[in-house]
Write a protein that binds this ligand. Structure first.
Ligand code: AMP
Length: 194
């Protein structure tokens, strides 16, 4: 299996780049943000719970997020691999993912971390709000909270993968195609080294 964590702050381009990567490598795309939004739309109990956190730019609690992610993985028993987009976002999620994949004799091959400065992130999210309809992209206060939560709770997850020798930083500035090429090169390099 080829399992990739696509990492980076909110607005770094994880969703856009996932689209290219799933086509090129035949992977299943699991975006926890997209799954929560589908649950909110479907007015499920999970959606109602997640909404309270998402509208403030806070993280949905680990226990809820981890069990949701595991059941999504289990929906694709024959998958060639996964792109985890927006997960793991805490150290507890990262170790739970490792333990879960181990039960399937699998592992994360690499973490690709899109690097984009905060000024650019704010601009991208406000632009995205015009077409995405995402309330959390339209409010500068919520955007700032998401960036602060990322710096405080999510950024340390990079260290978790760095210690395993799996962290690859990717310049997230440039055209969609340029960034996509950088990601593909990094995946090929990681496949060669393992
Ligand atoms: P995203 O679409 O990745 O920007 O996520 C939107 C929102 O969904 C986040 O601001 C969080 O409230 C929630 N969320 C998404 N993924 C996670 C996660 N792995 N852990 C906790 N909350 C998450």
């Amino acid at each position: 299996m080829l399992n990739i964590v696509l990492f980076g702050p909110p607005g770094a381009g994880k969703g856009t780049q996932s689209e290219n990567l799933i086509q090129r490598f035949g992977l299943i795309h699991l975006s926890t943000g997209d799954i929560f939004r589908a649950n909110i739309k479907g007015e499920t109990e999970l959606g109602k719970l997640a909404k309270k956190f998402m509208e403030k730019g806070e993280l949905v609690p680990d226990s809820v997020t981890i069990s949701m992610l595991e059941s999504e993985v289990d929906k694709h028993p024959g998958a060639k691999g996964f792109i985890f987009d927006g997960f793991p976002r805490t150290s507890a999620q990262a170790s739970a993912l490792d333990a879960f994949l181990l039960t399937k004799s699998s592992t994360i091959n690499c973490m690709l971390a899109l690097e984009v400065n905060e000024e650019e992130l704010r601009t991208r999210m406000l632009n995205r709000a015009r077409t995405s309809g995402r309330a959390d992209d339209a409010d500068p206060g919520v955007i700032q909270n998401r960036i602060d939560v990322y710096n405080r709770e999510t950024a340390p997850v990079a260290e978790y993968y760095r210690l395993q020798g799996k962290f690859v930083g990717i310049n997230g500035l440039g055209s969609v195609d340029e960034i996509s090429d950088r990601l593909c090169d990094a995946i090929h390099a990681s496949l060669k080294s393992h």
